[in-house]
Design a protein around this ligand. Structure first.
Ligand SMILES: [Zn+2]
Length: 251
């Protein structure tokens, strides 16, 4: 990510200096001193010199619904580099227009698609688009908070309206989730030092549903392809089921 062109970089730099986390660790901004609202370029709408506010990567309604206030990522990739960072504390800076506009709409659509009472059994194309964009937006910001780049900076601006080109999203269920919210990272080299390896996929678990977002040409074989949309029909009840999150991120 090009830090100089990014509206988040001044705050990130000061946060890094204050907390001195290891590279690649999940950086939480919850413990830093409150800084004045920064101004810069919004990475999503590309407007310059806009006020950027700290917004939670995971919306409050979702954290409360899942009762996931204190949950930390279970994976080794994060546990060995980061202090116990709560997933609910992850934040990213976005402009007000994005936060109250497309992000808010996407949140409402995701909530209806996943938790709606009259949810259709079949995942129609609009639902697949909503889920794909929500998981991709979330995975992108999670990776960023972890000091990683899942989607190149210049592609972030595609997310407000569509799916970024070249991104694939898989969907699966966890048989008996041990926690209601979780994150998994897949790196470019197995057993590589996570401080230098590039993240290739990010899995986001919401309740027993997992979306895995990857920039590789292939998805984890245990997930079904949510995006790009192919002709096959997806149904909630026939999604592949795995035992744990690492079944999807182990390659
Ligand atoms: Zn914006």
């Amino acid at each position: 990510m090009n830090g100089t062109s990014h509206g988040l970089s001044p705050e990130r730099d000061r946060t890094a200096a204050a907390l001195t986390p290891l590279p690649g660790s999940l950086k939480t901004m919850s413990t830093r001193v409150r800084l004045p609202t920064p101004y810069g370029r919004c990475s999503f709408c590309l407007r310059e010199d806009v006020a950027l506010t700290r917004e939670h990567v995971f919306a409050r309604w979702l954290v409360e619904r899942l009762r996931a206030w204190r949950v930390t990522a279970s994976g080794h990739a994060l546990a060995d580099t980061a202090p116990q960072t709560r997933i609910a504390d992850l934040v990213a800076n976005v402009c007000g227009a994005c936060n109250h506009g497309w992000m808010s709409s996407l949140e409402v659509s995701f909530r209806q698609a996943v938790f709606g009472t009259s949810r259709p059994e079949r995942l129609a194309a609009p639902t697949r688009q909503v889920l794909s964009r929500w998981f991709t937006k979330t995975a992108t910001l999670v990776a960023y908070a972890a000091g990683q780049e899942l989607i190149p900076d210049e592609q972030w601006s595609e997310l407000p309206n569509a799916m970024p080109a070249g991104i694939r999203v898989g969907l699966a269920r966890i048989r008996r989730p041990r926690q209601p919210l979780d994150l998994g990272f897949e790196y470019s080299e197995t057993h590589a030092d996570h401080r230098t390896a590039r993240v290739m996929s990010v899995a986001v678990q919401v309740d027993d549903l997992v979306g895995i977002v990857t920039r590789t040409p292939f998805l984890a074989v245990r997930a079904t392809t949510l995006w790009p949309i192919r002709s096959h029909v997806l149904r909630w009840t026939t999604l592949p089921v795995v035992n744990r999150l690492t079944d999807l991120t182990a390659g």
